[in-house]
Design a protein around this ligand. Sequence first.
Ligand code: TZP
Ligand code: MG
Length: 230
Amino acid sequence: MAPVVDYSLYLVTDSTAAILGQRDLGYVVSEAILGGVTLVQYRDKTIDSGAAIEVAKKLLSICNEHGVPLLINDRIDVALAIDCAGVHIGQDDMDVVTARKLLGPNKIIGVTASSVEEADKAVRGGADYLGIGTIFATPTKANTKSILGVHGLRDILAHLSEQSETHHHIPTVCIGGINASNLQRVLYQSFTPSKPLDGLAIVSAIVAAPDVRESSRQLRRLIRTPPPWA
Ligand code: TZP
Ligand code: MG
């Protein structure tokens, strides 16, 4: 069984200069954790295995120090090499059943889902959580397949809530354009009583923030505060 995880404020990293600037990724991750990030995903599409393993090892030691799990985007080889908590895979990556064979039962496997069909397939295949998106168009990921909006997100949550036990209980986070100005609306308008979102996955609103710790704190506070109009 994969461990129980707090998905509430899920940092997904980006190492491009446009987002990270000149800052050190390890520094940004540790500031984000000090501000309240509960889970970290190391995501870098540009780096080769050797270099990715070196960065991932550093991030793992920071995450371990704070008791926050580290997942690796796409790269099952890197996750195995450093023995971190697990991976996050998309629809174009290795399928979840094969990933599970490689990683075994105790690692977390998250899968991106943009439709009820993709969500169902991921749950049937044994995913530990779903990353639902893209919610809003975002410069962080140019080639997003589908923009779901909050209503698309709610449709997927509603579908999951109507399914069998396994589907019903799968943790869910959403991703894509989430920031301090819209997160309460996303949580409120997507709210499905029997299947509320478990967390928000965020890149630029944390990684590109001038004060990473303070921005993470603000996001964490907003997640816990009912919106003024509720
Ligand atoms: N998958 C869907 S959107 C996205 C990923 C990795 C990027 C989200 O970045 P941001 O900066 O939080 O909009
Ligand atoms: Mg991927």
